[in-house]
Design a protein around this ligand. Structure first.
Ligand code: A2P
Length: 336
């Protein structure tokens, strides 16, 4: 029987923090105590966990004494400032931000893919990968084992909850205004560079040199690190869409070996965390509503790419607040 742990959630009032609380409650996690941390603005608020009321405390550098594992989801700045204090206090940090992901001494873990990496964390910090990367690799890893992954060409359709509570509020306010026949004014556009309601925005995170965004380059660098494929080629267009929850990704994956659709479908038969929903004749394929608030990712529309050799076109959907963030972090805590 695993020893009951004292867990903390940093950013407990955020979209991902709230989901971490839900995942911990639902799963048979060997929990001793739970500490909820957020900014001074939220200190004193209460949350209920397994029937018990817990008061949210203000995050400080002294918050981590006696805590075994801290799940961080309060943004990269908070992780950089408080993650090392937590590790110095003897706590293992599981960080949902991008702050430490590419540090060679910080493992980047998807438990269904590289769980062994979590056992070697010299800085006592383990990084949770980017949400679009996790969801894409959940579908690509079983195919990689079968056919040998060489390159990825992808377009994402990313939900607003990926931007936290502010993204959800912005889509809600704009949708309401449109329904009431009101104009979308400049003061209603804060979270995204353009109106998100009735629109799609090919711009997630900041632009880097070469015209790609940081989100798109996360797919390249994080996929290489998680899969242990330093030569993997990835080109990606990340798009924000007016969907509240669950990211979708359209992927062309090029393999070393010849592919076969039936064999590709078969690899998902009993793979943990991903299910096949693929029957084009009967219009069966996954959509974001199918994975919302669910643990498993869904894959469908598997077909041979008509342009490239040894390539498959696939469509994968997953709840990015859950498997793309909170659930993945809790699963990492479970394997420690
Ligand atoms: P708070 O609600 O007190 O601001 P989201 O990604 O959904 O916007 O959530 C961000 C999370 O990060 C929230 O829980 C938020 O708490 C927390 N947070 C933001 N700034 C700080 C801070 N300075 N100290 C601690 N937690 C913070």
């Amino acid at each position: 029987m695993a020893q009951a742990k004292h867990i903390a959630i940093v950013g407990a009032t955020g979209a991902v923090g709230e989901e971490m609380l839900a995942c911990l409650a639902e799963r048979n996690f060997p929990m001793g105590e739970l500490t909820l941390l957020a900014s001074a603005r939220s200190a004193g608020q209460k949350r209920t966990f397994r029937g018990e009321e817990i008061t949210i405390q203000e995050l400080t550098h002294d918050s981590f004494i006696g805590i075994d594992v801290a799940l961080f989801s309060a943004g990269g700045g908070i992780s950089l400032e408080y993650g090392p204090s937590a590790a110095a206090a003897g706590c293992v940090v599981i960080d949902n931000s991008s702050a430490f992901r590419m540090d060679p001494d910080v493992p980047l873990v998807v438990p269904e893919i590289n769980p062994e990496a979590a056992r070697s964390a010299p800085k006592k910090i383990i990084a949770n990968p980017n949400c679009t990367t996790i969801i894409s690799l959940m579908a690509l890893y079983p195919l990689h084992k079968k056919f040998g992954l060489q390159s990825i060409i992808a377009s994402s359709y990313q939900a607003v909850s990926g931007s936290g509570a502010a993204g959800i509020a912005e889509l809600e306010a704009q949708t309401k205004a449109i329904a009431n026949g009101e104009e979308i004014t400049a003061d209603m556009i804060n979270c995204y560079p353009k109106q998100i309601a009735s629109n799609v925005i090919p711009h997630v995170d900041v632009f880097l040199e070469g015209g790609y965004t940081k989100e798109e380059q996360k797919m390249l660098h994080e996929s290489r690190k998680i899969l242990g494929l330093p030569e993997l080629k990835v080109t990606c267009t990340c798009v924000r869409v007016p969907v509240y929850r669950s990211h979708s990704v359209s992927i062309t994956a090029i393999f070393d070996n010849p592919v076969d659709v039936k064999e590709a479908q078969a690899v998902f038969a009993d793979y943990p965390g991903i299910q096949l929903k693929d029957d084009a004749e009967n219009e069966v394929y996954p959509t974001p509503l199918d994975t919302t608030c669910k643990d498993d990712c869904l894959v469908g529309r598997i077909r041979k790419d008509q342009v490239l050799k040894n390539a498959l076109a696939i469509w994968v959907v997953g709840d990015q607040v859950r498997k793309g963030a909170a659930l993945n972090a809790v699963q990492i805590a479970e394997i420690l």
